[in-house]
Design a protein around this ligand. Structure first.
Ligand code: IVH
Length: 676
């Protein structure tokens, strides 16, 4: 390929990967492979100025602005960071800087694998929040960002600056990422492939209530424009001598801490190259123990004056560099492609690998998502494949390293469990399904789901118990769970008197579960925990759900056409009616108790605000209440559910006390938000 064609190819390919990463949240290649393409194009463009093009993807910040959100212009462009995978290049970067400036002090921080967000505070109150977008203009995500509890709605300091555009990273912790994926898996939805994708998918939601549920977090790392910083701070930190708002990046971070932001734990001030090298070494190991994903370290010149002397290229500051960790990848043999049947009949492939060590753990399985993924990767049993661990999850196959087989693995023609026909419901669907309602594999998965912690929650009813009871023909229908007797259990492996009694007790207790759980336990396609809860609360009894039309379902905000059709089809099936009848006969509750459960404290609740809150203005508190489904009113009446009382409350507080309305202080209010 000649140079021009290679340049064209690289530009096209990089743009395609930018779109996959920033807009579709679905990257196809490892970060390190992407960075290698960028480096190659940068070098070719530098060496061949004849082919220069201002629109080249390496000449500007990547990322786009969609039409879903309003556009927000950044006060100062949001740039990217120059990056390297080699310590030697970090040393070269430092040496280069030392040619321009004298002694250098650095500050180093973990590079959070999240999404860059710009927050604008006017007089210390959060006014707008925007994504990075194309660097000049981002998307307005203010309402969503207001649900993130690490982000103060109001600064905790007196005399806040009149204008402050702060920047930082919105991210999701590994634990929250795993919890979300577990819920998605239970609803047989498409799981997020790593915490960054989960954070991106959660942040760019049209409905802030969904963002609020996702427990996003935030660390501040830089800033855009600042105006009207109190002279107190200028005097204290810079002795009033310079035009820089902060003397150093360390001072900026300390100021943010005082404003109410959280700082990362592993920020270090480094005075020599040896200290930088030591930091890299320490953090490369420590990275594995952090509760969130980092993809590298950012090393910054600490002094703001020197930062300004060093300046910027059109893409990134010269005063900072990102040292990125090598991807957690390894090559191994794909021994087998296992095909499993899920609870709703979806047939999913997964990879059984020759065990290999990767980032400290032995890996023997990888996800394959669906058969389209197998086709895209063009893999078959026996191939040498490259695997990558993204987040703290089961690894995925990135590509074939060496093709040892002929052709690509084909989806099965028949269900591997019951040998019945399998179908691909429509051309857009990537999933194949076994539609035999009596398929034993589906039934077994369904049993497991039914007794699971988030469903009927029968403790002690695990896979081993189910396997043995199935073998002994004791479980032919869901309701058989409730017909089990002491004699059936005492026979099971490792079962003694107490264990059998406990399990019987847990089975009995589960009969009292509210309709929300029973509905989720029924394992209806596309219906996860949240939707089950909404539907159970709306319809109150299983009979009402049986009688509901598609229209009745779609009247609910959270229920679209697909969910409504899935519900209707499910409740029209004769065997479902039989199952519910026998569960009812066994004494299982099919009603939703009236009292409020945790998780819907704001839904249609009327709040009255009185007094001054420390963290929120009245308007902000009202906006939060509304974004979570509640309402506000200016006076206390019989209809009032809560009075939110701050300092120096007015007569509304007395009225609330007299009429027995629940009174919340600011801490209780925040607790209520967090329980959402
Ligand atoms: S400083 C001019 N510090 O990495 C940009 N960025 O690849 C100055 N990032 O756009 C940013 N952790 O979104 C900085 N500790 C950190 C960071 C960090 C993550 C992100 C940031 C930036 C991207 C560049």
């Amino acid at each position: 390929m000649d140079i021009k064609s290679r340049i064209d190819y690289l530009r096209k390919e990089i743009k395609r990967h930018n779109d996959l990463y920033y807009d579709k949240n679905n990257p196809e290649i490892a970060d390190s492979d992407y960075d290698a393409l960028v480096k190659e194009l940068e070098k070719l463009e530098d060496d061949n100025p004849l082919f220069a093009d201002a629109n080249s993807p390496v000449k500007k910040v990547s990322g786009g602005v969609s039409s879903t959100f309003a556009a927000v212009k950044h006060s100062v462009p949001m740039l990217s960071l120059d990056n390297t995978y080699s310590q030697e290049e970090v040393a070269q970067w430092r040496a280069r800087l030392l040619k321009t400036v004298s002694a250098l002090q650095f500050i180093a921080e973990p590079k959070i694998d999240g999404l860059s967000v710009a927050l604008t505070y006017i007089n210390g109150v959060l006014a707008t929040a925007a994504t990075r977008g194309d660097g000049e203009t981002g998307e307005d995500i203010t309402q969503n960002v207001k649900t993130i509890k690490d982000i103060p709605q109001k600064f905790a300091i007196k005399n806040p600056p009149s204008f402050f555009e702060l920047r930082g990273e919105v991210y999701m912790s590994n634990k929250d990422f795993q919890d979300i994926n577990k819920n998605i898996e239970a609803a047989e939805g498409d799981k997020f492939s790593n915490p960054r994708n989960a954070a991106a998918g959660s942040l760019r939601q049209k409905d802030p209530r969904i963002t609020a549920e996702r427990k996003l977090r935030f660390f501040v790392h830089s800033f855009g424009k600042i105006e009207g910083l109190s002279s107190e701070l200028l005097l204290q930190k810079t002795a009033g001598k310079s035009k820089f708002p902060f003397k150093s990046h360390s001072d900026f971070l300390q100021y943010c801490l005082q404003c109410g932001f959280l700082l990362q734990n592993d920020i270090a001030v480094l005075n020599s190259y040896d200290e930088i090298a030591q930091y890299i070494e320490t953090m490369t190991v420590k990275r594995e123990t952090l509760p969130y994903e980092i993809d590298g370290l950012v090393i910054k010149v600490n002094s703001q004056e020197l930062q300004s002397q060093l300046g910027y290229t059109n893409k990134s500051p010269r005063w900072a560099i990102a040292y990125k960790f090598a991807a957690k990848q390894a090559a191994t043999t794909l021994n087998k492609i296992r095909v499993q049947v899920g609870r709703t009949g979806i047939i999913t492939p997964s990879a059984v690998l020759e065990p290999v060590r990767l980032a400290g753990v032995t890996i023997s399985h990888a996800t394959l998502h669906n058969f389209e993924e197998i086709e895209r990767l063009d893999i078959n049993e026996g191939d040498l494949v490259l695997i990558e661990r993204a987040g703290d999850v089961i690894p995925k196959i990135v590509k074939v390293s060496k093709k040892n087989s002929i052709g690509c693995f084909k989806p099965p023609q028949k269900c591997p469990s019951c040998n019945c026909e399998i179908i691909k419901e429509n051309d857009d669907e990537v999933a194949y399904r076994c539609v035999n309602p009596e398929c034993p594999a589906q039934f077994k998965r369904h049993l497991l789901h039914f007794v699971g912690r988030n469903a009927m929650d029968i403790e002690g009813f695990g896979q081993a118990v189910i396997d043995q009871l199935l073998k002994r023909n004791k479980l032919k229908a869901l309701s058989d769970i409730y017909a089990l007797k002491y004699d059936d259990l005492i026979d099971l492996e490792l079962f003694k008197d107490k264990k059998a009694a406990n399990l019987l007790n847990a089975i009995n207790e589960s009969k009292k579960q509210p309709l929300t759980r029973l509905l989720f336990a029924l394992g209806i396609r596309h219906i996860g925990e949240k939707v089950s809860e909404i539907i159970a609360k709306r319809f109150e009894t299983i009979e009402n759900i049986f009688n509901a039309s598609i229209d009745d379902f779609t009247k609910i905000n959270e229920v679209g056409e697909i969910l409504a059709v899935s519900l209707k089809e499910f409740f029209e099936r004769p065997e479902v009616k039989r199952t519910i009848d026998s569960l009812k006969n066994a004494g299982v509750n099919t009603k939703q108790p009236k009292e409020q459960k945790a998780g819907a404290q704001f839904e249609n609740k009327i709040f009255v605000l009185t007094g001054e809150l420390s963290k929120y203005s009245r308007d902000e508190a009202s906006a939060i209440i509304k974004s979570l489904g509640g309402k506000t009113s200016s006076s206390v009446s019989k209809k009032t559910d809560y009075v939110l009382a701050g300092a120096n409350p007015g007569s509304k507080l007395n009225k609330a006390k007299e009429s027995g309305v629940k009174i919340l202080d600011e801490a209780e209010f925040e607790k209520l938000i967090n329980e959402q």
